[in-house]
Write a protein that binds this ligand. Structure first.
Ligand code: EPS
Length: 395
């Protein structure tokens, strides 16, 4: 593993921590750009009241000096402002005479509550939900936003948008990357189609009124990706598989598609595979279409990476579903916690950022190097090689 990271932290604990290791030295970092991504994650029509309490901003406590990485592990910290209201409940040390008022005994269908409780032998299911919460994505986004700054040095750009919420979707055709990037910023649900945006918001309003929740689909697009990241030679080096896993790791995601995705099952090969041509002006092998979503054989083709995630509706319902009291085993209604009605726009931002970690890792695997200069030198040599191959037919 070239680049690796861990996160720690509970939703209402003091804060969230991450340690990222493997970032080369001399990468310029702009903290406010990381904080911008954190702010984007907090937005989106359908978010709950927690987002009114938090104003996420990252503190870097090691691995960076005077705005540049050192090559040593980078430690990141985001404070949970809401912790002030949970100080005794979430105290790491025993609190004399404390009696919890926030125990959870009625697991929510769809949440980690019951499985986690059984697995870790917790009678208070809060001990599970605190870590299972999507709050954890805040610090993953910070790690991703840091990696985004590294991959930007290689002219890689990324954007994300919401293509469906609760059955309301946008049409299949897509404008250019830059148009998607501009338009998603203007919509409260990060949807590039104004009419669909309004309908999506109406679906969220309706679910809220009914004490329900809604899911949807987001799409992440990378442009400027070099050809040949990832590898066909070993299962765990296939970059499409690595990125699919990352999307699946986002709380509440139940499905992943790359490029044409599930539609490919219905069509003939002649309608699926992307014809190859040589772009003489740019000295580059290109594809006529991009149904493959930027991947063939687990390696990047150099076309845009297009990856989608399907998010189920949030599992905390204000009108709770059937559950069981874990102690009495009697039927009851599931616990109700403060929650979002719809978090698909936030999940789009999460995916956009954390997928940058995979791309950064693949760039480091391909080009190597302990300093940015060294990686850029190797990248430059590879670009030169690509633009000159193949000079003569191989014997
Ligand atoms: C979230 C913080 C959480 C939830 C949500 C996402 O805060 P709280 O539990 O205090 O309301 O709003 O998490 C969930 C939906 C979940 O199931 O845990 C965040 O920062 O994104």
């Amino acid at each position: 593993m070239t680049l690796r990271y861990f996160t720690a932290g509970e939703s209402h604990g003091p804060g969230l921590t991450a340690i990222l290791e493997g970032m080369p030295s001399h990468v310029p970092l702009n903290l406010s750009q990381i904080n911008q991504q954190l702010a984007r994650r907090q937005q989106g029509y359908g978010r709950g009241d927690r987002m009114k309490i938090e104003s996420d901003s990252v503190r870097i406590t090691s691995g960076v000096r005077h705005g540049k990485t050192l090559g040593s592990p980078i430690a990141l910290w985001i404070e949970n402002k809401d912790h002030a209201a949970w100080a005794d409940e979430m105290s790491p040390v025993a609190v004399r005479g404390f009696q919890s008022k926030r125990c959870i005994f009625y697991p929510r269908p769809g949440h980690a509550d019951l499985n986690g409780g059984l697995k870790y032998d917790h009678t208070d299911l809060r001990n599970v939900l605190e870590r299972a919460s999507a709050r954890e994505t805040a610090v993953r986004v910070a790690v991703g936003a840091l990696c985004l700054q590294f991959i930007s040095t290689f002219n890689v750009s990324v954007t994300a948008h919401v293509i469906q919420i609760g059955g309301v979707g946008i049409s299949k055709g897509r404008p250019d990357f830059s148009v998607i990037n501009q338009k998603q910023q203007k919509s409260p649900v990060r949807c590039i189609d104004d009419a669909a945006s309004k309908k999506m918001m109406a679906v969220i309003d309706k679910a809220k009124k009914a004490g329900d929740s809604v899911g949807g689909i987001f799409e992440v697009i990378f442009s400027g990706i070099p050809t040949g990241l990832g590898s066909h030679v070993q299962a765990d080096r296939k970059l499409d598989a690595i990125m699919a896993r990352t999307v699946m790791s986002i709380q509440a995601v139940k499905g992943v598609e790359i490029g044409m995705g599930f539609l490919a099952a219905e069509l003939l090969g002649s309608k699926v595979h992307d014809g190859i041509y040589y772009d003489r002006k740019n000295k580059k092998f290109r594809r006529r279409t991009n149904n493959a979503g930027g991947f063939e054989g687990g390696m990047t083709t150099g076309e845009n990476i297009v990856i989608r995630g399907v998010m189920k509706p949030i599992s905390t319902l204000l009108k709770p579903l059937e559950s069981v009291d874990v102690h009495t085993k009697k039927t009851c209604r599931a616990s109700v916690e403060r929650s979002d009605i719809c978090a698909v726009p936030a999940a789009a931002v999460v995916a956009e950022n954390i997928l940058c970690i995979d791309v950064a890792s693949a760039i480091l695997e391909k080009f190597g190097g302990d300093s940015l200069k060294e990686v850029l030198k190797n990248y430059g040599a590879y670009c030169k090689y690509l633009s000159t191959c193949y000079p003569a037919r191989h014997k």
